[in-house]
Design a protein around this ligand. Structure first.
Ligand SMILES: [Zn+2]
Length: 125
């Protein structure tokens, strides 16, 4: 029998966080602007204002963007040696776009992970 009040699995909570949705219900928005955490879920009322993701979302974003951009950049350089200015502009724009797209998703996933682990979200013990 499915318990409707049971917390979601970690994978479901992470997926909801990646989509910017409340890890608990999946309906309400987790971020009310680009990176600001909503104090409470507008749908289920779950509190999120106390969670502080700190530096984890930017570190995660840099890790992912670097692994997405650097291999094709090196591969393209090996094959065609394109113009340096074209590469500098192109790879910079791609890196910036990926960073801006992935940063709120990384923050949502980190907040969902903290929520799932019942992390207090503060540095106090
Ligand atoms: Zn909710």
């Amino acid at each position: 029998m499915l318990d409707r009040n049971a917390p979601p699995y970690l994978s479901a909570a992470l997926w909801r966080g990646l989509k910017g949705r409340c890890p608990s219900c999946g309906d309400g928005k987790l971020l009310h602007s680009y990176l600001s955490v909503t104090p409470h879920c507008p749908s289920c009322g779950e509190p999120y204002g106390h969670l502080r993701a700190d530096d984890m979302p930017p570190w995660l974003t840099v890790f992912v963007v670097a692994h997405l951009v650097i291999p094709p950049m090196l591969y393209l350089e090996q094959l065609y040696q394109p113009n340096v200015w074209a590469q500098a502009i192109g790879w910079s724009v791609l890196s910036l776009a990926l960073t801006l797209a992935l940063l709120p998703r990384a923050k949502g996933a980190v907040l969902a992970l903290m929520w799932s682990l019942k992390s207090e979200g503060t540095e106090r013990g």
